[in-house]
Ligand binder design. Sequence first.
Ligand code: PGA
Length: 251
Amino acid sequence: MARKLVAANWKMNGSVSGNAELAARVVEGVASLASEVVLCVPFPYLVQVGSLLEHSRIGLGAQDLSEHEAGAYTGEVSAAMLKDVGCSHVVVGHSERRKYHGESDAVVLAKVRRAQAAGLVPIVCVGESREQREAGDTERVVLGQLEAVFGGLDDAAARRLVLAYEPIWAIGTGLAATPEMAQAVHASIRGALRARVGDEADDLPLLYGGSVNADNAQALFAMPDIDGALVGGASLDAEAFVSICIAVSGR
Ligand code: PGA
């Protein structure tokens, strides 16, 4: 059975005082759960949230990283820096990065390689737009994004990815994919993973993202290939986020 993982994507939200309260409530709420939990927070707060999570079972993640190793790249943050401040995970290729920062599949692959070289687990996001779904292109787009990453990794590296299916039309809209719609795409992703890494594909967590909340999480997680979630808006509400973590743990 695949590992279970819920990752919070705080996006561009947070404050020193607000983070302290939110993290403390999440630490307490998930303390007895068996599933993996990661908080992906804005760069300026990594050190603060990392110290709030010390001695907890929650991992620390960033939301992006540079495709470059080090040097004259003003404003960029390297994989080594993320590792240095205690990150275990990093989101790569989120649709908001692809859209607003023009990140191509090639850049996403470069970032995945940097992350893995530094010992970080990349949470790689893939997903189609509404137009692509309506044109019947979902599978082609999603598997194409996946292939662009797989194509540049050896088998061992392909086994160290966490994949998140995030249909763009479901992100931040309140219109989550139905469990059946998400499961259909997850099954295709699992098939592609299996073709690449064999039976170990069954152990790798496939996350769904896009308007996951306390009310829809359980039905999504009841699907055989949905092993967790990447949670945006609802991760800013401790109670909602903890409910989602409880739902994935099957309690
Ligand atoms: P959402 O965001 O849960 O607010 O839809 C998910 C994401 O973008 O990771």
